[in-house]
Design a protein around this ligand. Structure first.
Ligand SMILES: [Zn+2]
Length: 280
């Protein structure tokens, strides 16, 4: 089994690039890096996730940490900016054949999920961690954060992106991707949603609101009294439910809202609510 060093780009006071709707690179980087780290661990590798929360580590320390730890592979997770579109993987001049092979495997995976192919690039500026680590290394630039289309792809294909990058790394490190992808919701069992359910004045009422409250409760998001009235507690429960799903990389239909919960139950949130809840 290999020792794999995962470096989510930026963090803390360093937001990285800021994109559509104030979306910050450091958040996206952490999100997909930690999801890949989890899968690599599940495949049996020893994984060091450089940061698991929002703080900054100096790039010099990152390179030093990876070298001292004796990592076999090093992968940095970023998102691009500057007006382009598509994915690319970076390696430095003089990178090993394994670095190139790993970069190419990741690049192919990202193109496979729909990103424009910007190729594997040899770049020696802003690549301190690549030039100062001693093991095969690459930086992933997973689409442009200032491109709405790339962001939509990043959000809607998140699970496939994570699965693809993991498989690419495993093609170098060995092992198979554990099949932990969330199954699609059984649409046959989802009652039709005829309106977006949300907090209004006067309050929305009805059987659909009651069903919403029951499903929220089943998913451990407490809507208060199951009374078929969409009040503040129901809205807060929708927000809690959406946030939990967003944290899992699910698309709850809040992309326009910077992928932050909006407390409104539209088609996507509704469909996920009808997936089996804990204990069902
Ligand atoms: Zn970056």
């Amino acid at each position: 089994m290999s020792k794999i060093y995962i470096n989510p780009g930026h963090g803390g006071s360093d937001s990285g690039a800021v994109g559509v709707g104030g979306r910050q690179e450091k958040d996206d980087a952490l999100r997909y890096a930690s999801a890949v780290a989890d899968k690599l661990k599940a495949a049996g590798h020893t994984v060091e996730l450089e940061r698991n929360a929002d703080y900054l580590i100096n790039v010099k320390d990152i390179a030093k940490n990876a070298n001292l730890w004796g990592a076999d592979l090093f992968i940095a997770f970023h998102r691009n900016a500057g007006g382009g579109a598509g994915a690319e993987c970076l390696i430095v001049t003089g990178a090993s054949a394994t670095s190139r092979e790993m970069a190419q495997a990741v690049q192919s995976a990202l193109v496979g999920v729909g990103f424009r192919d910007r190729g594997v690039k040899v770049q020696d500026r802003n690549t301190y961690v690549l030039s100062h680590t001693t093991m095969p290394a690459t930086t992933i630039e997973c689409g442009f954060i200032d491109n709405a289309g790339d962001n939509a792809l990043f959000d809607s294909k998140f699970n496939e992106i994570v699965q693809g990058i993991t498989a690419a790394i495993l093609s170098i490190a060995g092992g198979v991707v554990p099949n932990t992808a969330t199954p699609p919701s059984p649409s046959a069992n989802v009652p039709e949603l005829t309106r977006v359910l949300k907090r209004t004045s006067p309050m929305m009422t009805g059987d659909d609101v009651r069903q919403l409250q029951e499903r929220l409760k089943a998913h451990l998001a407490d809507p208060g009294k199951i009374d078929g009235e969409f009040g503040d507690k129901t809205r807060d429960a929708v927000i809690a439910f959406q946030q939990a799903r967003i944290n899992e990389g699910r698309d709850v239909g809040c992309r326009y809202n910077g992928n932050k919960p909006d407390g409104k139950c539209g088609e996507l949130t509704w469909a996920i609510l009808w997936e089996p809840a804990p204990g069902e």
